[in-house]
Design a binder for this molecule. Structure first.
Ligand SMILES: Nc1ncnc2c1ncn2[C@@H]1O[C@H](COP(=O)(O)OP(=O)(O)OP(=O)(O)O)[C@@H](O)[C@H]1O
Length: 319
């Protein structure tokens, strides 16, 4: 919960990433807040976005879904204003809706339909004329690399293929703003890479907002990062600047397994890996322990450092 008296988030606008294309679509949020009863889902969010992929990161309950629902007009903000190319999103939701594509986390399909039938059905619901829809569906099946599966029933699709159908449906009206919620959860590594590539190319000429817990998806696709915590915008920057902020402060140290607890007590540990020579721990610290070797930070470490909550997540290695 965000108490109304909380201080405004310290977000420096001059650090915000510049849009790729000054002539492309622009989305602007000023002091946006959404309250559920006594609880603020998000509060005082100001952002200006141009073309490119924005990675929206934040812990559970940070307000990501609330913010996306407000942006996609599913929820009205309690306070603040949103404008899309100068149009007031709250006053004219219908004008904005037709320019927005949304892939929600709980995207439902009709299992008995083929990919092409499903997209035709959604195109009809959204009022696309038949000839235009058929051409558009062909293009989208190609874009999402599903042309060979177009006449297969959706119940035989893998998770990754379903997500690509989800992206295709979100793009039916050729939106200038695409919002995708946790799109790579449950995908295998190859599908994830393919999906990331599709998102990156979509960001070339539209605004893409990618909400996720998977920081490596942001690292691979995003030109901008917005970090929410407790409903507040903590940072709007580029992945490069986020990494610069933690440069020279990430270390790897090898300790015997019995020393791990005391290391945890003293340092922010991002990951630990068990190897035959001991536990390899990556830590974020200004004053590292003796023997620590400086390593290249990951975006996840920069993100955890900003949230101030780095802690160990153990990964594989020798027993
Ligand atoms: N319909 C609702 N009624 C009351 N409170 C809500 C409602 N939806 C969200 N909240 C609250 O608003 C805050 C933000 O929730 P939200 O779902 O937007 O966060 P999130 O970042 O999307 O979380 P997650 O990553 O777990 O999906 C939380 O405190 C949540 O409990």
């Amino acid at each position: 919960m965000v108490p109304p008296e909380s201080p405004a988030a310290t977000v420096t606008t001059e650090e915000s990433p510049a849009a790729h294309d000054e002539d492309g679509p622009r989305l602007r949020l000023d002091g946006v807040g959404k309250q559920y009863g006594d609880v603020w889902g998000v509060r005082d969010v100001s952002l200006e976005l141009g073309t490119g992929v924005l990675g929206l990161l934040g812990p559970n309950g940070a307000g990501k879904s609330t913010l996306m629902r407000v942006i996609t007009t599913y929820l009205e903000p309690t306070e603040g204003t949103l404008t899309f190319d100068g149009t007031d999103v709250v006053a004219s939701p219908n004008a904005v809706r037709e320019r927005i594509g949304y892939l929600p986390q709980d995207f439902g399909i009709y299992p008995d339909l083929t990919a092409a039938e499903f997209l035709s059905y959604l195109a009809a619901i959204r009022g696309l004329d038949r000839a235009h829809a058929s051409e558009r569906i062909d293009d989208l099946l190609e874009l999402t690399n599903l042309q060979d599966a177009r006449d297969r029933r959706l119940d035989g699709f893998s998770g990754g293929m379903r997500q690509r159908v989800g992206i295709a449906q979100a793009l039916l009206t050729d939106p200038d703003l695409l919002v995708v919620d946790e799109p790579t959860v449950g995908l295998d590594p190859a599908e994830r890479v393919r999906f990331r590539n599709v998102l990156s190319s979509l960001g070339e000429d539209r605004i893409v907002i990618l909400s996720t817990h998977i920081v490596s998806d942001v690292e691979a696709t995003a030109s901008g990062v917005a970090i929410l915590a407790d409903g507040r915008l903590r940072s709007h920057t580029t992945p490069e600047r986020l990494l610069e902020d933690v440069a020279n402060r990430v270390w790897e140290v090898v300790v015997p397994r019995d020393d791990l607890q005391s290391l945890k007590a003293e340092y922010h540990i991002s990951t630990t890996t068990r190897r035959s020579d001991g536990i390899h721990a990556r830590i974020v610290a200004t004053d590292p322990p003796e023997g620590a070797v400086s390593v290249t930070p990951t975006l996840e470490e920069a993100y955890l450092d900003l949230l101030g909550e780095a802690n160990a997540s153990e990964s594989g290695g020798a027993p």
